[in-house]
Design a protein around this ligand. Structure first.
Ligand code: NDP
Length: 282
């Protein structure tokens, strides 16, 4: 039987519906959640992501401010903009669109964000709190991955979850979240020996590699939940890290690319921004 396809688009729409109630409740108390975005340079993908984020804010009637800065902006100028958002009471969440141009140290910019406004969850305080299981902002893509697994109805407790990719923004936080839900977690990366042998043991497989259609159907355990984070251009198509055609007859659940994890990421950003606004009310 072919896998059930988990539509991130549909799940995101359901979550946004629920979020609109929280926005209204805040509005009734005189608070409009505000997101401040900093976009440096001319990277077309970054511009397109920021546009989608602005659109999502508009749809949910959030206040959003985008500061577009030239590719030549200095680290000092970017940090000054972060600090201006830190001080602005109308801005509850701050997002610095990555990657930043080479002359800017990304970590220094992230460190400048007040942790209570760090809705991307990249500040070391939030990263640390995620690891020790304290309240934090969970990075948006990993949070979206977890929502999709939850919607599949799969019970993570005791299951073997394999995460391919160990980046700070996807692989590591996903692994930590899976562990917090009592999965047994294996992390794989470019030096992993015999990757297919490891992925074949996964009840839940999360692919966050950035290699078009790397993971084939015969790398997947029959009935597994497969979450494909990858977004890769292959000719004129966007494809994931999983070869959907050969994987979907084997998996139990699978996310498509596009329309899987992507729409969830922005929804989780909105969710974190609303939460940041709610926290200001105590
Ligand atoms: P990174 O490039 O930061 O990390 C990629 C990881 O994959 C690294 O840990 C690397 O290992 C590992 N890797 C690379 N090649 C192989 C291989 N052949 N076998 C096993 N592991 C390998 O990527 P990101 O985590 O930032 O992103 C991953 C993918 O997810 C990309 O396609 C990106 O576009 C997409 N993405 C999608 C988002 C969405 O909203 N849908 C959001 C963020 C990312 P090593 O550490 O050893 O180098």
């Amino acid at each position: 039987m072919p896998a059930r396809v988990i539509s991130g688009k549909q799940v995101a729409a359901e979550i946004r519906q629920a979020l609109s109630g929280r926005v209204e409740a805040l509005r009734a108390r005189g608070v409009v959640p505000g997101l401040g975005v900093i976009l440096v340079g001319d990277d077309p993908a970054s511009h397109s992501y920021v546009k989608s984020k602005e659109k999502a804010c508009q749809e949910l009637t959030l206040h959003s401010v985008v500061r577009r800065m030239p590719a030549t902006a200095s680290q000092q100028e970017v940090v000054a903009q972060v600090e201006a958002f830190n001080r602005d009471p109308a801005i509850h969440g701050i997002l610095v669109q990555l990657p930043l141009p080479d002359q800017i140290d990304e970590q220094a910019v992230i460190l400048a964000i007040r942790p209570e406004k760090d809705v991307d969850g990249f500040h070391p305080v939030n990263v640390g709190n995620l690891h020790i299981g304290s309240r934090c902002f969970v990075p948006c893509t990993p949070a979206g991955v977890m929502e999709l697994i939850e919607r599949s109805g799969f019970q993570l407790k005791g299951a073997h979850a394999v995460v391919v990719g160990r980046s700070n923004i996807v692989g590591k936080p996903v692994a930590m979240l899976l562990l917090s839900r009592h999965a047994t977690v294996t992390m794989c990366h470019s030096r992993t020996r015999d990757l297919p042998a490891v992925t074949r043991t996964a009840d839940v497989l999360v692919a966050a590699v950035g290699k078009a259609e790397l993971i084939k159907g015969d790398w997947i355990k029959p009935g597994a939940v497969v979450i494909d984070v990858g977004v890769n251009r292959l000719g004129d198509r966007l494809v994931g890290d999983v070869d959907f055609a050969s994987a979907s007859p084997v998996a139990g659940f699978i996310t498509p690319v596009p329309g899987g994890v992507g729409p969830m990421t922005i929804t989780m950003l909105i969710k974190n921004s609303i939460e940041a606004a709610e926290r200001t009310l105590g």
